[in-house]
Design a protein around this ligand. Structure first.
Ligand SMILES: Nc1ncnc2c1ncn2[C@@H]1O[C@H](COP(=O)(O)OP(=O)(O)OP(=O)(O)O)[C@@H](O)[C@H]1O
Ligand SMILES: [Mg+2]
Length: 520
């Protein structure tokens, strides 16, 4: 029998790009109940990706209810012990809704959507600083990726948005903001909030002041009154309203998914993680100073664990398509019936047989920043079979991560021969694939370390929430000895000359993917 003191739980909503989860953790940060649902990806045109904001809300509700039911059925007194919940979410995805009715004024425009390419070109041409005009303030180049561009598209193309802005009835939010507003009451007093990490992906927040940047808003003509208030990652921000499961429960942590994964991996200054979900996101904690990349990486907030806590920053390389390429093999091509089949198919051949794949479905993000790139498969011969395709897809994920890590090494001026000392912490759904992990270590020439719990995104949100309500102390969270104890380490085994040859072949393939957006 558990004692009453032990009945302490923290919940985490993880609203990702492909799926939503709710995970409940006990006091030792072990998951004791969870539920996950996939939701619809809309592709109304080539390069466009949308989500239904209402379906997202429903997915959160279902996951909360079912995870609580499962944990309760397993004997955990969640109703008594749950202290707070944290929230983490797909970043940059942009919503505008009506303050008075609560209705979305358009589908959510997803981070990987490239409909704003022409707005980007226009701004790059008009602004004195070109593509890097706003980098000094927000750490980001002008790119289809970030929310500000998506807001401009909605302001220019959607009548309902134009009218609501005129009537001062429009609210903008990333997914965290949409969820918090609805979870805290919606039209009945919902709180219009975001956190520093999500705000750092809009292009509109000044990285140093952690406030909306007035000059950026003016230049882009984005009305400040549609923007949410910015809070830290770990503080009680509100309580769940009636109509939701666990109404009255405090929401005490909020971070963008990649920042949450970084906290879940307890990355301190100098430590890096790579998360393999829909995309792949590599973040290196650079401590309390903003580091500006010279090699195509972003500067972003890592985390700020309390209103008065110091801010940690990060260098980030974002890869748009990682696990999504595996989903495409399953749903687009029907080559596999589930993601787990990929490893066996790839292991049926010894090498990629000279086949390379660049999954530039929506252009390429870091470090290339080419929204004109599209996917290419190259190097086919009569000898090519589906095993080679499977290998090429796995390798494409690892090469894209390698391109980012190489840029990080260049930015930090690290001696390339010291790469063995660099250790990459990995997490996310695709890391169950051992061949993927071994390939990553081989191509990087760096050990890769995979923790037992690969759901570090939700874990990070739980840590932030638990910290704010006193369930955990910062020392406990950052004591990583335990967490890495049973981790799997993949060490590089590939011969150096082969690694170099393969890296050259990959770069050749990447160059072939450019300037293909106008194929018809
Ligand atoms: N065995 C496997 N090999 C390769 N990829 C896999 C494997 N299993 C799952 N994946 C991929 O991992 C991804 C799912 O990972 P995860 O559950 O972390 O994503 P997610 O959290 O839903 O994504 P996001 O947070 O980006 O929305 C899918 O894209 C899937 O194709
Ligand atoms: Mg995720």
């Amino acid at each position: 029998m558990m004692s009453i003191e032990e009945d302490v739980f923290i919940g985490a909503i993880d609203q990702g790009t492909s799926s939503t989860r709710f995970i409940i953790y006990d006091k030792s940060a072990k998951p004791i109940g969870s539920h996950q649902v996939e939701f619809t990806q809309f592709h109304p045109q080539a390069g466009w990706v949308e989500h239904d904001p209402i379906e997202i809300l429903e997915s959160v509700k279902v996951c909360m209810t079912k995870a609580i039911d499962k944990a309760t059925a397993n004997g955990f007194q969640v109703d008594k012990g749950l202290k707070a919940i944290g929230l983490t979410n797909q970043r940059e995805t942009t919503l505008v809704w009506s303050k008075s009715t609560g209705s979305p004024l358009h589908q959510a425009i997803v981070w990987m959507d490239v409909r704003t390419a022409s707005i980007c070109r226009r701004l790059e041409n008009e602004l004195s600083g070109g593509r890097t005009h706003f980098v000094k303030s927000c750490g980001l180049p002008i790119s289809t990726y970030f929310s500000a561009l998506k807001i401009l598209w909605l302001m220019e193309n959607v009548d309902a948005v134009k009218e609501a802005i005129k009537k001062k009835d429009a609210l903008f939010g990333t997914v965290d903001t949409w969820l918090i507003w609805n979870l805290t009451g919606g039209v009945n007093g919902g709180l219009h909030l975001t956190d520093v990490t999500n705000a750092s992906r809009t292009m509109l927040m000044n990285l140093k002041t952690l406030r909306w940047d007035e000059s950026t808003l003016k230049t882009l003509t984005i009305p400040p009154e549609i923007l949410p208030k910015i809070v830290s990652n770990s503080e009680v921000i509100g309580n769940i309203a009636a109509g939701w499961p666990i109404s009255g429960m405090p929401i005490s942590g909020c971070l963008g998914d990649q920042h949450a994964a970084m906290l879940g991996q307890v990355c301190r200054k100098g430590e890096a993680k790579s998360t393999y979900g829909t995309g792949a996101f590599i973040l290196l904690n650079t401590g309390e100073g903003v580091v500006q990349s010279k090699h195509g990486l972003l500067s972003t907030v890592a985390y700020k664990l309390g209103p008065n806590a110091p801010t940690n920053y990060a260098l980030e390389g974002s890869v748009g398509i990682a696990g999504a390429a595996v989903q495409w093999l399953r749903d687009g091509l029907g080559l596999i019936s589930n993601a787990a089949e990929l490893e066996a198919m790839a292991l049926a051949v010894e090498s990629n047989g000279g086949v390379y794949f660049v999954p530039a479905f929506n252009g390429l993000l870091a470090p290339w920043w080419r929204d004109d790139a599209r996917g290419v498969f190259i190097g086919f011969t009569g000898h090519t079979n589906k095993g080679h395709l499977a290998r090429a897809v796995l390798e494409s994920i690892c090469f894209q991560v390698k391109d980012v890590i190489d840029a990080m090494h260049k930015d930090s001026g690290a001696d390339q021969s010291n790469k063995e000392e660099f250790l990459l912490r990995v997490d996310g759904g695709a890391t169950v694939n051992n061949l993927l992990m071994q390939t990553q270590a081989d191509l990087l020439a760096t050990p890769v370390i995979r923790p037992v719990d690969i759901e570090t995104t939700a874990l990070g949100a739980a840590y932030a929430a638990g910290l704010a309500v006193g369930v955990w102390k910062e020392d406990y969270i950052f004591d990583s000895k335990d967490k890495l104890q049973n981790a799997n380490i993949f060490r590089p085994l590939m011969a150096e000359d082969l690694r170099k040859k393969k890296a050259d072949s990959w770069l050749k393939a990447v160059s072939r993917s450019f300037d293909l957006a106008d194929l018809s």
